[in-house]
Ligand binder design. Structure first.
Ligand code: TEU
Length: 550
């Protein structure tokens, strides 16, 4: 049928799903999700229709940052299981036609990793240069860089009298990528994982592996200033990525996805264009960052998505998603999570995700329309970045109430509450006490109820996934806007080889009208029962419809 399309790599048409293993399914009653639990739920993911699974870190770790502080890259934390469990997970995924990618956290490791323990043991230890050390300047930090999770990006090692650099928590020292033995050790580790049969990696915080030469202070005269610019995209950045590609990635049929900060269309092309031989794609974060900063404004979202869709087409590729384990729930910040519009807005946002160019990444529970939680006490939150930000906000004079309310909206734990499987005690997640409390909505927002209800968010995601698999135009087609203003209606056409699909949606909780749909459009899928449709349609709140154009 679509004979003009050149062969395309499988990962462009894949539908990805992210699992946060700690919160997905516990199998042994310790309150923490694990790999056997995940394996027991693969049929559910298969029913949804996904074919690429990304799991966040399950390696041995003190769990200061829930596994993003790794103390042994080549073993599995007992909380999650064993290497044999991972082998079983790979096999069970592959049996279902699901590829598995793992998190690659190589900007930093744990301060409990043997490399760092050796490095800090003395200034002349052979591992010293595996990390980034500087002498104090005027009795304090070598520069004014702030960490994501601590006031300063530097911590003094009292015993040896020098500071080490950590872009994230003090327990996550940055590896020194300028030191060749570091790269060699990481390459050997990556090779070992690829030989186990995994299908690729999500590269954590990868933009930070090369810093500005000389580690210059920010010009702002503050003791700790948060500005990522000099902390990333150093002169060797692309060379390091290219080296990974040359030595490792290109020898396997895998996919590589970068978690890159501060990306533009051009810098995404520079990483993901095939001829660059670096990564296959980088995540698109600008929509989420913008809604964070400005609240949901349809006009802004439409401008951002249009710029990326048209700018990358034929040149680069993104991982598309509005949710992950670091972000509040998409229905709560982009949509309307009140009782009246939660289901429609979650389905509308799912329609958006699954009709844009870029490999869609669904985050666990998004397909249920899971919402943010509002825990009553700051102690109820587990995430270290939530506590860091709370302390910072108190220090600048906020009341505890205001600082807590802020976390109700922004805490990473919004995304990390356990997956609600049914309405039973602990939602079928665990027979023990969950490590993080369930959201209060699990009595009605859960998997069992969603599977049983043909009108659920789940079934809409399932149908939209099937539609994307059926129509390559939704994956590879060009993008052209049909609406021309900054109002709530977002309408666009995806076209490939003469097949034209139109997507029309109302990104608001009020009715809207749209008159730009060409006559004779055939409705393929909608998120509400079919209405009048036609050339001059009234769109109900959060209505989203996919049409085939004549
Ligand atoms: O996040 C990298 C990152 O830049 C984060 O600061 C992110 O912007 C922030 O969490 C939003 O609140 C990655 C992981 O996704 C995150 O979970 C880890 O904590 C972090 O790296 C350190 O490994």
């Amino acid at each position: 049928m679509h004979t003009h399309t050149p062969p395309q790599p499988w990962w462009k048409s894949a539908i990805a799903y992210q699992v946060y293993p700690r919160s997905f399914q516990d199998s042994n009653g310790d309150g923490v999700g694990d790999i056997p639990g995940l394996i027991s739920r693969l049929d559910y993911l298969h029913t949804l229709g996904i074919d690429l699974l990304w799991i966040t870190p399950v390696y041995t770790s003190p769990q200061v940052d829930n596994g993003y502080d790794i103390s042994d890259y080549q073993s599995i934390d007992p909380t999650f299981g064993t290497l044999a469990d991972v082998d079983e997970l790979i096999a069970q995924c592959h049996r279902r036609g699901i590829r598995l990618i793992m998190d690659l956290v190589i900007n930093h490791c744990s301060d409990q990793h043997p490399w760092f323990k050796a490095a800090r043991s003395s200034r002349d230890n052979p591992y010293r240069d595996w990390f980034i050390w500087r002498d104090p300047v005027d009795g304090r930090e070598p520069n004014n860089w702030a960490s994501h999770f601590a006031p300063s990006a530097w911590t003094l090692d009292e015993a040896t009298g020098q500071y080490y650099l950590h872009t994230f928590a003090a327990q996550q020292p940055d590896l020194n990528w300028q030191h060749p033995p570091v790269r060699e050790a990481l390459h050997a580790m990556i090779d070992w994982w690829l030989a186990r049969g995994i299908d690729g990696f999500r590269l954590d915080a990868i933009s930070y592996i090369d810093k500005a030469p000389g580690l210059p202070s920010h010009e702002v005269d503050m003791p700790y200033h948060f500005d990522q610019a000099p902390m990333m995209h150093g002169p060797q950045y692309h060379a390091h990525l290219h080296e990974l590609h040359q030595k490792l990635f290109r020898h396997h049929d895998i996919v590589t996805v970068g978690e890159c900060a501060g990306m533009t269309v051009q810098s995404t092309i520079d990483i993901s264009a095939p001829e660059r031989q670096e990564l296959n794609m980088a995540f698109l974060f600008e929509p989420v960052s913008d809604v964070y900063a400005h609240g949901m404004q349809p006009g802004r979202l439409k401008e951002i998505l249009t710029r990326w869709q048209t700018g990358l087409h034929g040149k680069g590729w993104v991982g598309m998603g509005f949710n992950n384990h670091d972000q509040p729930r998409v229905v709560s910040i982009f949509g309307d999570d009140g009782p009246e519009h939660r289901v429609a807005s979650a389905k509308c946002l799912g329609t958006l995700l699954l009709t844009l160019e870029g490999t869609p990444f669904i985050y666990q529970g998004e397909e249920l329309g899971m919402t943010n939680v509002a825990f009553p006490r700051i102690e109820d939150y587990q995430d270290l970045s939530t506590h860091h930000r709370y302390r910072q906000n108190l220090a600048q004079g906020w009341t505890p109430e205001r600082a807590l309310t802020h976390e109700h909206t922004y805490s990473r734990d919004n995304a990390r509450t356990p997956m609600p499987w049914d309405a039973s005690a602990q939602a079928g997640f665990s027979t023990g006490t969950p490590w993080l409390a369930l959201g209060p909505t699990f009595d009605h927002i859960n998997v069992a109820a969603s599977l049983a209800d043909d009108g659920s968010v789940f079934h809409h995601y399932r149908r939209m996934i099937a539609l994307r698999k059926q129509w390559p135009a939704l994956v590879h087609g060009s993008f052209e806007r049909l609406d021309a203003d900054d109002g709530p209606v977002f309408a666009y056409v995806r076209e490939l080889d003469g097949v034209r699909l139109a997507v029309v949606m109302n990104l608001s909780s009020a009715s809207a009208s749209f008159s730009g749909l060409p006559a004779g459009a055939e409705r393929l899928q909608g998120n509400l029962p079919a209405g009048q449709g036609g050339a001059s349609a009234a769109l109900r709140p959060w209505e989203a419809v996919v049409y085939r154009l004549a």
